[in-house]
Design a protein around this ligand. Structure first.
Ligand code: IPD
Ligand code: CA
Ligand code: CA
Length: 263
């Protein structure tokens, strides 16, 4: 299978789906917001429609592959391939009219990503990778060369659910605020990872994320020369709900996370 052809087809599909999402954002009616399991975990017909469009096209791009997608599509594949999809990452932003949201699609082969595409809708920025490297709108990208935490800009996110780990997480944030140029919270983990991959940010950390938030972004970041791990430094970051991702400050970030997380 020529994965660069698959990558190109997924990029085209994302561009089309982004047109739909952008169009809906222009006249979105807040009455159409639905709650999932808690008042702060939201969804709308735009997420669901976007997923439908993506799934039906991907079935043609790669017949027989399985699916895991945020808005409910779960299908066991007939071969070793599986798509992991977030049809709209940054839903809360979208619903409030904040123009920071993306589509995230990863193709897994035997549970390892082989293609990743993140499409940032508002600026038409398509971050994409195969094992041949990572690109932004077809231009090669690399992580930031900065290796000193004091020169770094980070991103994080805050989980929808306030778990017993909240205080440890706030301690990590406090320490990073004291030792870096700052922390951003864009509201889309896919965009956070894509920005680390192209060197706009030096690092990103978050917990309680799902596979659809991170499968494409972590692959793109690794192909751009970055390092990703769970909070223990291990490899369980796609399904493990803990993620530390960076260019050249990964070890320093992990040390600070470790000092607070298991207390
Ligand atoms: C969310 C975003 C956000 C992160 C949340 C995710 P959604 O995804 O990626 O940045 O902090 O944990 O659930 O709900 O907008 O697809
Ligand atoms: Ca998401
Ligand atoms: Ca989503």
């Amino acid at each position: 299978m020529d994965l660069s052809v698959v990558e190109k087809n997924v990029m085209d599909l994302c561009a089309e789906t982004a047109d739909f999402i952008r169009n809906e954002s222009l006249h979105f009616d807040r009455k159409r917001i639905e709650q999932k399991d808690t008042f702060s975990n939201l969804v709308s017909y735009v997420d669901k429609e976007s997923e439908k469009k993506i799934v039906s096209s991907l079935k043609k791009i790669l017949p027989g592959a399985g699916f895991l997608a945020e808005e409910g599509t779960q299908l066991k594949g007939e071969n070793e391939y599986q798509w992991i999809i977030d049809p709209l990452d940054g839903t809360t932003n979208f619903l409030h009219g904040v123009p920071i949201f993306a589509i995230s699609i990863a193709l897994m082969k035997m549970n390892k990503p082989v293609v990743g595409v993140i499409y940032e809708v508002s600026h038409n920025e398509c971050f994409h990778a195969t094992e041949g490297g990572a690109f932004l709108n077809k231009n090669k990208i690399r992580v930031s060369p900065i290796a000193d935490l004091r020169e770094s800009l980070l991103a994080t996110g805050f989980p929808y659910y306030h778990t017993e780990k909240k205080n440890q997480y706030l301690d990590i944030i406090k320490t990073f605020l004291e030792r870096t140029h700052g922390i951003r919270r864009f509201g889309s983990a896919a965009i956070d990872l894509a920005y680390v991959a192209c060197g706009r940010l030096e690092g990103f950390f978050e917990y309680d994320l799902n596979a659809w938030d991170v499968a494409a972004g972590t692959f793109i970041l690794e192909q751009a020369g970055g390092k990703v791990s769970d909070f223990k430094g291990g490899t369980n970051f796609i399904f493990g709900r803990e993620l530390c991702a960076a260019g050249n400050i990964h070890a320093d970030m992990l040390k600070i996370i470790g000092e607070h997380w298991w207390t």
